[in-house]
Design a protein around this ligand. Structure first.
Ligand code: ATP
Ligand code: MG
Length: 437
């Protein structure tokens, strides 16, 4: 029989990698909540029209990358390629715009792209959005919160912040016209992608990787000169706020972002530790989007980070906590002792919910079971044989360090395990403080 494989670009996340995902997700959601952000859990599937209207018809995502299908009723649906469209739909639909508008979301996104390192067809994003604030302190808060996150994850020194302002929609439109005028003179020298973009999405030409195009762009008009007064002011205020908390940044006049909905601030956190897929997190302001999606005019700003890239980066910098070994390994050496073993383990779990307790399943000689207990890295083995089970006793065997094995009445199980674990608990909490902060 041929074996069924996972779909190209859609990867399984297996232990111990899944533990690292949990660590990053938990660290992130805990931090965001400490800043007052609350989680939106959104559907993976939305109407195709939602993405076409928000991301833009002529973007790479909508033109080439979406997983779109008709459901059995003939309605066009798409797997979400990003989270902002759904978040905006949800806050409009549920009237959440007037409440303190800080939200975050997480989960898989889907884009039909060429899979490579740091680029999958199913990938995982964590994002945050702030609604209802047009002032640049909202942009600053998001960036400051991210900087704090990079510190908690131990990657702060490996990411750089790039900023730009796209200005008002009018400023962007007149810049766009002037860029098209300039590039049209050299149309033949542009690669086919850029030639196509010249009429559809010319700003995207700015981040072309083609060296010849980059050379042409040296002489192109610069966005900054087209900025309106208000955008200029806000951009200066944002930079001032970031400087105030000591966050280094670089203004990158070529940073435009691929989605239609951005205005004013756009930013990316980039790393040179991951090769071509160097953008770990990207975001910007989208003051017109809520209204464009049918809501009451409400400014917004947000970002999304790619978890796979972030994990690769943490891997490169070596800041994961180690996998946890069990504390206690439970063994019943004969079938008749399994009841006592389950009952003993259950009491221990009730009294000490923090303990990691693994019970050996199946039948095996005491020797082979103890071997498994040792291999697991557990600190203590609890053994129930025929005698222990018959007499309400348990044998407690320290597996690490010294200490003799003792057979004690069941009533002493909890205090004895507590004594044996005490010194280890102290060590563990010290280790956590060091590795994670
Ligand atoms: P790129 O230029 O790398 O394609 P993008 O501009 O399309 O990125 P965004 O839509 O801004 O990406 O998504 C935010 C973040 O999500 C990216 O910075 C990246 O970390 C991550 N991301 C986007 N697409 C993928 C993908 N196909 N696989 C893995 N991560 C991705
Ligand atoms: Mg992309």
């Amino acid at each position: 029989m041929s074996r069924i494989q996972s779909v190209r670009g859609m990867n399984d996340v297996l232990p111990p990698t899944s533990e690292r995902w949990n660590f990053v997700e938990n660290t992130t959601s805990e931090l965001f909540e400490q800043y007052g952000y609350r989680e939106l859990r959104l559907p993976l599937i939305e109407s195709t029209g939602l993405f076409a209207r928000s991301i833009g018809e002529v973007t790479d995502i909508v033109e080439k990358e979406m997983y779109t299908f008709d459901d059995r009723n003939g309605e066009s649906l798409s797997l979400r390629p990003e989270g902002t469209a759904g978040a905006v739909r949800a806050v409009i639909q549920h009237n959440l715009l007037s409440m303190p508008g800080r939200y975050y979301y997480r989960g898989p996104m889907f884009r039909y792209e060429r899979p490579q390192k740091g680029r999958q067809r199913q990938f995982y994003q964590i994002g945050a959005e702030v609604f209802g604030h047009s002032t640049p302190d909202a942009d600053a808060e998001l960036i400051i919160m991210l900087s704090r996150l990079w510190r908690r994850l131990g990657v702060r020194d490996h990411v750089q912040l790039e900023l730009n302002s796209l200005g008002s929609p009018e400023a962007r439109a007149s810049y766009r016209a002037s860029l098209v005028d300039y590039l049209a003179q050299y149309e033949k020298r542009l690669d086919t992608d850029s030639q196509r973009r010249l009429s559809t999405n010319p700003l995207r030409i700015l981040d072309s990787k083609n060296p010849d195009t980059q050379e042409l762009l040296e002489g192109a008009p610069v966005l900054e000169e087209f900025l309106d007064e208000d955008s200029r002011d806000d951009f200066a205020k944002l930079q001032d706020l970031l400087a105030g908390v000591g966050i280094p940044y670089m203004v990158n006049p070529r940073l435009v972002r691929g989605l239609d909905y951005y205005n004013k601030t756009v930013f990316e956190w980039v790393t040179d530790s991951l090769g071509a897929q160097g953008t770990v997190c990207a975001g910007g302001r989208y003051d017109g989007l809520v209204e464009q999606m049918g809501g009451r005019a409400t400014p917004g700003v947000g970002f999304a980070m790619g978890l796979e890239r972030l994990l690769l980066l943490i891997e490169a910098c070596g800041k994961y906590p180690e996998s946890r070994a069990p504390d206690v390994f439970v063994i019943a050496t004969v079938d008749a002792a399994k009841r006592s073993a389950f009952a003993g383990a259950d009491t221990l779990r009730e009294q000490h919910p923090e303990l990691f307790i693994v019970q050996q399943l199946g039948d095996g000689s005491i020797k082979s079971q103890l071997k498994k207990a040792n291999k697991s890295g557990a600190r203590i083995a609890l053994l129930w044989g025929e005698d222990e089970a018959a007499n309400g006793m348990v044998t407690v065997k320290p597996l690490r360090g010294d200490g003799d094995q003792q057979t004690v009445p069941m009533t002493q199980l909890v205090p004895l395990v507590r004594d044996l674990m005490a010194s280890k608990e102290e060590l563990r909490s010290m280790g956590t403080a060091d590795a994670h902060r």
